[in-house]
Design a protein around this ligand. Structure first.
Ligand code: HEC
Ligand SMILES: [Cu+2]
Length: 320
């Protein structure tokens, strides 16, 4: 069971910076608090009823004090906001070579799927020194993915993908918690993150009962769910080929152009009416409620895998 300490170990790439930011805010707000309390008490004593302190100070307003403290606090707090925003933006811009792991939250467990098809529950194995990008979704209610030692916490909301990246900087076992009240056994929704040397991680992956890989499993679903009947070669209706889709801009019927990321693919399957590819009939049925989150992950992985082995000519010829 993960223990929650006031100052958890610093095991993730953001840990040191988040701690400095937190410490800096604590220091500045702490100093402000003590200064205010000091002045409060001082003035209470000085201007208490019956004291003979001078009360008419109307002629002595000091503009340099007024401007000084207003300007200084503005600069300090805007600087903290800029620092925090910078960290925030980096959290959502994963490096291109990041290792991808899908996480599905469910009452009351964390399920992880590696691209090789390896699955784990309430455990997440990651290599150290390599950026890891998590694509998270929820099977039921809002959960919050929290690894204190990495200083990352992110809500996992049903109906959408949430992504986040980090890099473990230290091997070891760290707590994984749900930080959003999600039902009766919320407090038991605990797991652990095992950060391993890349060599050990590779060995661990090999030792898991795997499959041919997430994308392969997705390919099988793609056929069994009937997607290939429309999207496959020789399909009977005019549906866009999915080769080379992932990561590329898609012109929509309403004139918008969106990037085909995981979210777009997911929404195309569950809410096909929301974003219709330009030049195609709006006939794709919705698969909402028919595909489990874990299977969606497989289909998305399959469609993503089509991006890399697409012949270049097809990539350019998506818009009819
Ligand atoms: C009845 C035929 C049909 C079936 C079955 C079907 N689709 Fe589609 N699909 C279409 C058509 C037509 C479009 C283009 C119009 C649109 O975007 O809704 C489309 C669009 C898409 C897109 C967006 C593609 C782009 O180029 O923007 C994706 C992704 C997709 N489908 C995936 C799937 C998956 C996965 C399945 C199976 C679970 C599936 N489709 C089943 C007909 C179908
Ligand atoms: Cu939860």
């Amino acid at each position: 069971m993960p223990s929650v300490t006031f100052w958890p170990e610093q095991a993730g790439s953001y840990a040191v910076e988040v701690d400095w930011l937190f410490f800096g805010l604590l220091l500045v707000t702490g100093l402000t608090f003590f200064l205010l309390m000091f002045l409060l008490v001082r003035f209470m004593v000085r201007y208490r009823e019956g004291s003979r302190a001078e009360r008419d100070l109307s002629g002595e307003k000091g503009w340099h004090w007024e401007i000084g403290w207003t300007g200084a606090s503005l600069v300090i707090f805007v600087a903290f906001a800029a620092w925090g925003a910078n960290l925030f933006f980096r959290l959502y811009q994963p490096p291109a070579d990041a290792l991808e792991i899908f996480v599905v939250a469910k009452q009351w467990m964390w399920k992880a799927q590696h691209s090789g098809g390896q699955r784990e529950i309430d455990e997440l194995h990651v290599p150290v020194g390599r950026p890891v990008r998590l694509v998270m979704s929820s099977e039921d209610v809002i959960h919050s993915f929290f690894i204190p030692a990495f200083r990352i916490k992110h809500d996992v909301v049903p109906g959408r993908y949430e992504t986040l990246w980090f890099e473990a900087v230290k091997t070891g076992t760290f707590g994984l918690l749900c930080a959003e009240y999600c039902g009766t056994l919320h407090s038991g929704m605990l797991g652990r993150v095992v950060a391993m040397e890349p060599r050990d991680f590779a060995a661990w992956l090999d030792a898991q009962p795997g499959s041919d890989g997430l994308a392969q499993e997705g390919a099988a679903l793609f056929r069994s769910l009937g997607c290939s009947g429309c999207h496959g070669p020789g399909g009977t209706v005019r549906a866009p080929p999915l080769q080379g889709l992932y990561g590329h801009p898609v012109p929509l019927a309403d004139g918008r152009v969106v990037t085909a990321d995981e979210r777009y693919i997911r929404d195309s399957i569950l809410l096909p009416k929301a974003e219709v590819a330009a030049g195609y009939p709006d006939i794709m049925p919705s698969f909402a409620g028919q595909i489990r989150e874990e299977d969606l992950v497989r289909i998305v992985a399959y469609i993503k895998s089509l991006a890399s082995d697409a012949p270049p000519s097809q990539v350019g010829s998506r818009t009819p």
